[in-house]
Design a protein around this ligand. Sequence first.
Ligand code: 5GP
Length: 177
Amino acid sequence: MEIKLDELKVLYSEEEIHSKIKELAKTLNNIYKGEEVVAICVLKGAVIFATDLVRELDMPVQMEFIRLSSYGSDTQTSGKVNAVDIKLPDLNNKNVLIIEDIVDTGLTAKFLVDFIHMNFHVKTFNFCSLLDKKATRKVDVKPDYYCFDVDDKFVVGYGLDYDGYFRNLKYIGYKEF
Ligand code: 5GP
């Protein structure tokens, strides 16, 4: 498959994204009530979402980054999660908030949930995702919080790429076939 910029249709606009992120931040601010949080951004796809979200949070935030990969150079997941870089500080007794771009098959989310719980006794754990693609789920996992549903289509923009491109789009788009 090839995707060109002028073929993309807008699924969620910049305005819709920003207003949902503000809503999600309000929910999180109410949950944590000023308690410190370790926000873990899953690179590379969640980088734009995470940087917008954390700036709406009003508690002290320790920001960490990990890098996982499961997609190849096309639009199909490899079905295998690679921990490219998963160095984390001590998360024992911390409020841990994972920030992911999209939960698709759920393999990455499951890998991360298991990894954190196997290695740390966290105080609280929440998994938030910009997008939830429920139709393609392969394992029993769901984000605690998410901004938008996506049906079974490959989306790009606002951090999500196709072969490294389109992460810089202000909207979330897709190519119609
Ligand atoms: P999983 O299948 O493990 O739930 O998703 C793994 C990763 O695949 C996501 O974090 C995301 O980076 C990528 N991914 C899944 N669906 C899409 C999609 O529709 N578009 C893009 N660009 N990446 C996706």
